[in-house]
Write a protein that binds this ligand. Structure first.
Ligand code: AMP
Length: 310
């Protein structure tokens, strides 16, 4: 393990190219977040990195900015080849990371693409045919594309596993192992995870080399701005209590997690019946329904989004 030096305080100190700094400035970011201050210099040197960071810490820019910088120096991807591969557990995260790459890379001439299941494979194959400098993918669709000869990794320079803990929770370990077996041994590998559990360390052992370890949040902590409390209530009366809390507090944007998909559907229906505009989002819904539910929640059309991690 290598420790990082004192963190620089401005984006200008980090050694990123003017085109990337311009895009960052256009986003209105004034200074790097703690994980960015540590991760960006480490990734720029070519080191492997293990980052313990939750969503909301700015980890996406922490790895995309230096990857864009490194890739803009080399030769562009040839047909069906990929130079940097970002694997994410969910379609939503893949789309989000892809969006960040487009935003931060808009003044560069690199090609990026996002591939996930639940939507047609042909447009994805067509984009890959031209060669993609950065590909963001969920594991299953990536393997489908590989099996159809649509993607090749001969010139792969960087691999990122984003939210690795969730990938293991979702049972993607066999897919990840299969993908790893297809990649060149000589490459840079970055692994991000909310926690470094024993399972994550076991996974990292075989694929990461003398990493710089970065941690910006203590294990299993919640961001300070979140107020938390417990309301003791009979199981049967939980939907009624939630309805009352939402109405009494006038909550405009509420995210609810339930244990099961069935529970999510039932609760969303209950809220709807009480004239609270709600939608359920989970793995049994089609990709179109999931995208729509998320978009309407962001726009404020849907007041309550009931989700599961399944
Ligand atoms: P992430 O943790 O990567 O999902 O990023 C969380 C949010 O922080 C995103 O909406 C980013 O646009 C935003 N963000 C990332 N880096 C910075 C920064 N240096 N300053 C302000 N906002 C940022």
């Amino acid at each position: 393990m290598t420790s990082t030096s004192i963190a620089p305080v401005t984006f200008d100190d980090l050694g990123l190219s003017p085109q990337i700094l311009k895009a960052v400035l256009e986003q209105g970011y004034t200074k790097p977040s703690p994980i960015q201050a540590k991760a960006i210099p480490a990734v720029l040197t070519g080191s492997d990195v293990m980052g313990a960071a939750q969503t909301g810490t700015g980890k996406t820019a922490g790895f995309t900015l230096p990857i864009l910088h490194r890739l803009s120096a080399g030769r562009r991807a040839s047909s069906n080849q990929v130079r940097a591969l970002v694997i994410t557990p969910t379609r939503e995260l893949a789309a989000q990371v892809g969006q960040s790459i487009e935003t931060y890379g808009k003044h560069l001439s690199l090609r990026s693409s996002v591939v996930f299941g639940g939507v047609g494979i042909n447009p994805q194959m067509m984009k890959l045919r031209k060669g993609v400098d950065i590909l963001v993918a969920t594991p299953g669709r990536l393997l489908d594309l590989y099996n159809q000869n649509a993607v090749r990794f001969k010139y792969l320079e960087v691999l990122v596993l984003d939210e690795a803990d969730r990938m293991l929770d979702m049972g993607f370990l066999p897919d990840i192992k299969r993908v790893l077996s297809l990649l060149p041994k000589k490459r840079q590998t970055l692994l991000f995870s909310a926690t470094f559990s024993d399972d994550i360390r076991r996974l990292a052992k075989g694929l990461i080399n003398d990493p710089v370890e970065i941690s910006v949040t203590p294990r299993n902590s919640t961001v300070n701005s979140v107020e938390q409390w417990v309301s003791p209530v009979d199981k049967k009366r939980k939907p009624a209590l939630l309805t009352k809390l939402i109405i009494d507090n006038n909550w405009a944007q509420v995210l609810v997690f339930t244990r099961t998909k069935h529970g999510a559907n039932k609760l969303a229906k209950h809220l709807q019946e009480n004239r609270i505009k709600s939608a359920a989002i989970h793995g049994n819904k089609s990709q179109a329904a999931r995208t729509k539910a998320l978009a309407e929640f962001k726009q404020g059309v849907t007041q309550v989004l009931v989700a599961t991690d399944r």
